[in-house]
Design a protein around this ligand. Structure first.
Ligand code: WT7
Length: 632
């Protein structure tokens, strides 16, 4: 792409600008970084607190910051309770549709009933404030109810994405030492029933801590229930104890709300911990301002609630804002590639938020599928998960958004809790750039020595300030959190290191390039090379394995692996198939390598670290670079 094309702005339409919740960026941004606490205090005032905070930001134990410390709040009080005493009581909260055409709707009042009942069921099973409940479910309303029920009683949820498999599930249960697992008999994917309960059974065999498994009947799969451990939710809900009234627990602003595991550079996934107060303020503010949510809007974030995108922008942010949420269980192109466009038309969706992978996947089928449908209800479109390539951006803007919907490209992470870099509906756009920092955030780029990089040069992305939605720690590992993410500056300030590289252009627009570490983004999902490697090595015929990410047209990254077999085992194509299936069964489908290459040695440094850079270069047919640290 030429530079002149790159600097071409896309300007939002007059009517989008006229109705924007935030009508001006520059002055407000300046204010938000000059008086960060003042800005966030104002935003916090929009929520309902049992008791106001003593301090907005407490930096005394930096980089372990506290927000709204001394305040009492419960995120569910804001997401549900305050709506059902006002005009939103009978407003639609959740519209759910499944791939096979089932539809269920819940008003805010109906949602409250479900969440109260679920909360009472949890209480009857001995769950109380501070307990960690693991949730492993398909994309059904009960997943949302389960999360909210935990939060309502002050328990901490740990949602494991329903596409993950037994090893991923059991290691997360183990780390959290959960006593309770909430799951379902199964879900739907491409006309097939996915048997979740038997994966959960396998995971429970590997971990000793689960005492109670609550199972939602979703698709009539014939599953095994272990007496005295496994209970059907509908049975528990019919007990007198499961009344549809339940007090919301008063939690402190800094009390944990959830743990969400995410892949890091080495070893096992890290449990990022988020809290009730700051997270509620951050997700609702970012959602209201960047996606310009209006009372009558129908909001569709087409992610899985099991990832941070779903936590922040299906469940918490939108419900706090009193929005109507679309939840869809199924693949975007099943049974036909118009499935999503059908939903947009049928429900009159106003804002659609999805990933570049999904956009590229649907673009591949051509314009005729979206053109079958009336998409005129759409006002804004969003993108998240990886950089969006300008070609996909233009298609999304032109064919789906009919040239009238700004594309809100949001850069953020599991760790950040909410958007860090994103446009507002009023921001002139450049395809492929997430544009400017969200209010309160100062973004910088640094080189290896920690010096700021010049304009248009690549550097490591840093955030120079704390923000309310930030993860407070890695579960059980406060020190590692500080070490991994925060850099102390000479002036005693701390900078957050994101793990991405980026460039900033002459207009101050930020162009995120991608991860710099051993983290892969496969179809927008985050995976660690080390997790794929451990899954391979857990196969009896594998001695060593290395995984790298290679560019892939649809998926962004494809996993390419190199495997050394055990003494006496010979490579053959059947073994490649067997190993792929093994990774799928251990980790989940998204971790299945695109390619397994059998090798006899792996390039390592003298200290024994695999040089993935060399493997990557070799696989791409590129120059292998500096090999001076390579072992003989
Ligand atoms: C990583 C975080 C945040 C919700 C989903 C992903 C990449 C995310 C963008 C974007 C370029 C992006 C980064 C980041 N990423 N959004 N708009 N443009 N890259 O959360 O699984 O924690 O992954 O996703 O590399 O570090 P996550």
């Amino acid at each position: 792409m030429s530079n002149s094309e790159k600097s071409d702005f896309f300007y939002p339409n007059e009517d989008v600008i006229a109705q924007a919740n935030v009508s001006e960026y520059d002055k407000m941004y300046e204010y938000s970084v000059n008086d960060r606490e003042g800005f966030w205090e104002e935003q916090a005032e929009n929520l309902s607190w049992y008791k106001k905070w003593d301090s907005v930001l407490d930096e005394s134990d930096a980089p372990h910051y506290k927000w709204f410390d001394g305040g009492e709040i419960n995120i569910v009080h804001n997401a549900i309770d305050r709506h059902i005493v006002g005009p939103n009581r009978n407003k639609m909260a959740i519209i759910w549709e499944s791939e096979n055409g089932q539809v269920r709707n819940y008003s805010y009042n109906g949602l409250n009933r479900e969440v109260c009942q679920f909360a009472n069921v949890l209480k009857s099973m001995g769950v109380s404030k501070g307990d960690i409940v693991t949730i492993y479910m398909p994309q059904i309303p009960e997943l949302v109810f389960a999360m909210l029920a935990c939060a309502k009683i002050g328990a901490i949820h740990s949602v494991v994405y329903g596409g993950f498999s037994k090893e991923a599930l059991s290691s997360r249960i183990d780390d959290a030492t959960s006593r309770i697992l909430i799951t379902a008999d199964g879900g739907w994917r491409r006309g097939k029933k996915v048997d979740l309960k038997s994966i959960a059974d396998e995971a429970m065999k590997r971990t000793p801590s689960i005492e109670v498994c609550i199972c939602v009947k979703n698709n009539e799969l014939d599953i095994e229930m272990e007496p005295a451990r496994d209970f059907w939710l509908h049975d528990l809900k019919s007990l007198p104890i499961a009344s549809s009234q339940c007090e919301t627990e008063h939690t402190d602003a800094e009390d944990p709300l959830f743990i969400l595991y995410t892949s890091g550079t080495t070893g096992k996934p890290k449990g990022m911990l988020h809290t009730h107060g700051g997270y509620a303020v951050y997700t609702s503010t970012t959602h209201r301002m960047a996606f310009d949510i209006k009372p009558q809007d129908r909001w569709w974030c087409a992610a899985d609630p099991g990832w941070i995108t779903g936590h922040s922008y299906i469940v918490y942010g939108p419900l706090i804002n009193g929005a109507t949420i679309m939840l869809y269980e199924g693949a975007p192109n099943y049974p036909y590639p118009n499935r999503w466009w059908q939903i947009v038309e049928k429900y009159g969706i106003n804002i659609l938020y999805t990933s570049p992978t999904a956009i590229r996947g649907l673009m591949r089928f051509g314009d005729r599928w979206p053109k079958k449908h009336d998409l005129s209800s759409l006002r804004l479109l969003g993108s998240v998960g990886e950089p969006i390539n300008p070609e996909a951006w233009r298609w999304y803007h032109h064919v789906i958004g009919q040239d009238k919907c700004p594309i809100i490209d949001t850069w953020w992470q599991t760790e950040t809790g909410g958007f860090m870099i994103c446009p507002l509906p009023i921001t002139p756009l450049k395809p492929g750039s997430a544009t400017k920092p969200f209010f309160g955030n100062e973004i910088g780029l640094i080189d290896e020595e920690g010096n700021e990089t010049p304009l248009n040069e690549e550097g490591k992305l840093i955030i120079k300030n704390p923000w309310p939605g930030m993860a407070r720690t890695i579960f059980k590992d406060k020190e590692r959190y500080a070490d991994l993410y925060w850099l102390k500056q000479n002036n005693n300030k701390w900078h957050y290191l994101a793990g991405d590289s980026a460039k900033i252009d002459e207009d101050g627009y930020i162009w995120v390039i991608g991860r710099m570490d051993e983290v892969l983004k496969v179809s927008g999902y985050r995976l660690g090379t080390s997790e794929v490697e451990s899954a391979l090595v857990s196969h009896p015929k594998v001695s060593e394995a290395a995984a790298v990410g290679l560019p892939h047209e649809l998926k962004g990254n494809a996993i390419h692996t190199f495997v050394i077999l055990k003494e006496g085992v010979l490579p053959d194509p059947d073994l490649e198939i067997e190993l792929k299936a093994h990774v799928g069964a251990e980790m989940g489908k998204i971790a299945i390598p695109e390619l397994i290459e059998f090798v006899t040695v792996l390039p390592k440094t003298r200290s024994g670290k695999i040089m993935r850079r060399v493997l990557k270069a070799r696989a791409l047919g590129q120059d292998e670079g500096d090999l001076s640290t390579l072992e003989e």
